[in-house]
Write a protein of this length. Structure first.
Length: 211
């Protein structure tokens, strides 16, 4: 359907107003909300994600594309809820206690939403208990921890420990990322996955939720 292609293409260019108009037009034409979401918005965002992985687009382009996607999804949310369409998974994300960096976290959040996941953003300077309580109370399948400082990385280990203490470790996967974080660090603290960039994190989260 050409209107769904138009939505995807305008989203990739970050044309939020046009995306919003086209989504409304698609709704008026009676195209099901889940198709507009999957074949229009999410397909466009996934192209942006792949290009970002290959360094063909950069953070500013991702941000404007994500803004366009959000404008479109706002129109679709009530319709998707009516149709009983569920997100493909639920994730809580935050930058760990003592760390106020959020650009990387925000990118991961956008990429995950661009894959159809529901994301609860806890913000920055998040205590280990907050990650665990949120995952428990909201039924999240994944806890995502971000750190940009070597001094705050250690908090990620506390998140893993708190999840064990709360008895949810078997049901919740823990993903870690950020500039100083490495695969070997993730293994050492007992996290489930480390990903080097936002697009990979989103792919990994989808895979974990559908497993």
């Amino acid at each position: 359907m050409s209107i769904l292609n138009d939505i995807s293409e305008n989203l990739q260019k970050g044309k939020a107003k046009i995306v919003k108009q086209l989504v409304q037009q698609a709704i008026d034409e009676g195209i099901p909300a889940h198709r507009i979401l999957d074949e229009g918005l999410l397909s466009g965002m996934s192209v942006v994600g792949e290009k970002f992985k290959r360094n063909e687009v950069f953070v500013p382009e991702v941000l404007v594309a994500a803004r366009a996607m959000n404008m479109g999804t706002q129109l679709l949310k009530p319709l998707l809820a009516e149709a009983g369409v569920k997100a493909t998974g639920k994730v809580c994300i935050g930058t760990v206690k003592g760390d106020l960096h959020d650009i990387g976290k925000n990118l991961v959040k956008m990429m995950m939403e661009g894959k159809g996941l529901e994301v609860i953003d806890l913000g920055t300077d998040v205590a280990p208990e907050t990650f665990v309580e949120t995952a428990k109370n909201e039924g999240c399948q994944i806890i995502c921890c971000s750190a940009l400082l070597t001094t705050t990385m250690g908090v990620m280990e506390e998140v893993v420990q708190k999840a064990v203490e709360a008895g949810i470790r078997d049901n919740v996967k823990i993903m870690v990322g950020g500039a100083p974080v490495t695969e070997s660090f993730a293994q050492k603290i007992g996290a489930d996955r480390y990903t080097p960039d936002a697009a990979s994190a989103a792919d990994c989260a989808v895979e974990l939720c559908s497993a």
